[in-house]
Design a protein around this ligand. Structure first.
Ligand code: PBG
Length: 306
């Protein structure tokens, strides 16, 4: 089985460890800037291929896709827009790119939650069923790595079961395995059309002050069949990476989330710092902390210096 992001021995940053998140949004006719997020846009289905082409030329080859459909669904089952987006990109770029697909329901559910809920409570069975349909569709369309970010109990185990039943034995999972409830997801939720309504995400995302629970969450995802683990937000999770790697022996990465990234942009906009220097400094710290891969909205800005 191909290992896209191996355990690293060096602590130098390199191009292959960078993953650029990208949004494809069915609601727009032309690409739209994401507020506060520098060179990040909500792309249309046709403009995203040009954007990937230009990133590829710079030396980026890993992309994490957030697919935002125009219609909400109470019981999500129609992932045809997702299929088209993934299929078209993969047909065009084939093995030149590694395509990771964020697998969650928050851009589709009417209340913006990562699962299907009734009376402010998540229905795990319905949620898993919908996530399984989604992941299966993404694999059929050519996704390289499924990245579940819903944080519901036992999603990794459920997806592994669905993959095995459908002949996707070799399919890879990058789990958002240690994901905290956080105030740093603000800019993302605008772009993903996923601001939660009615209740917050504390019933399924991790509390920041419980170290043991945070590490355990990654250990559980490893045991359930994840190929790669990830911590997020980046700067609030730096101290967990090495221990998670030691406990699981799996490649473990870090996600510098939208609010962290936007804060670097804001410092520059207010002439209080230099964006590129701040970006470089923060990514080097993730690398020093032994992250095997880094998801950052600044990947396309930093890559030319590596
Ligand atoms: C939810 C999801 C979130 C992010 C990635 N997937 C936000 C949330 O949990 O509300 C955050 C990424 C970012 O802020 O850049 N499925």
């Amino acid at each position: 089985m191909k290992v896209y992001f191996p355990n690293r021995s060096s602590s130098n940053l390199n191009k292959k460890m960078l993953i650029q998140p990208m949004f494809v949004d069915q609601r727009f006719k032309v690409k739209k800037k994401i507020k506060g997020m520098g060179n990040n846009y909500s792309w249309t289905q046709s403009s995203i291929t040009k954007a990937i082409e230009s990133d590829l030329k710079k030396g980026l080859s890993n992309f994490l896709l957030f697919i935002v459909p125009s219609d909400k669904q109470r019981l999500p089952e129609d992932f045809s827009f997702h299929y088209d987006v993934i299929y078209n990109i993969k047909q065009k770029f084939k093995k030149d790119i590694t395509l990771l697909i964020d697998t969650c329901l928050c851009s589709i559910t009417p209340d913006g939650h990562c699962g299907i809920s009734h009376n402010k409570k998540i229905d795990l069975k319905q949620t898993h069923y919908a996530l399984g349909l989604a992941a299966n569709t993404f694999l059929e369309a050519g996704a390289d790595i499924i990245a579940p970010s819903d944080m519901m109990k036992n999603t990794t185990r459920y997806l592994r079961k669905v993959f095995n039943e459908n002949g996707f034995h070799q399919s890879q999972i990058m789990s958002y395995s240690t994901k905290f409830k956080s105030g740093f997801y603000g800019p993302f939720r605008g772009a993903a059309n996923s601001t939660p309504k009615g209740f917050d995400r504390s019933s399924y995302q991790l509390p920041i002050n419980d170290r043991k629970k945070a590490i355990n969450s990654s250990i559980i995802n490893a045991a359930q069949g994840a190929n790669y683990l990830m911590v997020k937000p980046g700067m609030t999770s730096i101290d967990l990476i090495a221990e998670i790697k030691k406990e699981t022996l799996l490649p473990t990465g870090v996600y510098q989330v939208s609010g962290e990234f936007a804060s670097l942009q804001l410092l520059e906009a207010n002439k209080l710092g230099k964006y590129l220097d701040l970006l470089n400094e923060s990514l080097n710290v993730f690398s020093r902390a032994k992250a095997d891969f880094i998801i950052t909205y600044g990947a396309r800005d930093i890559v030319k210096y590596l």
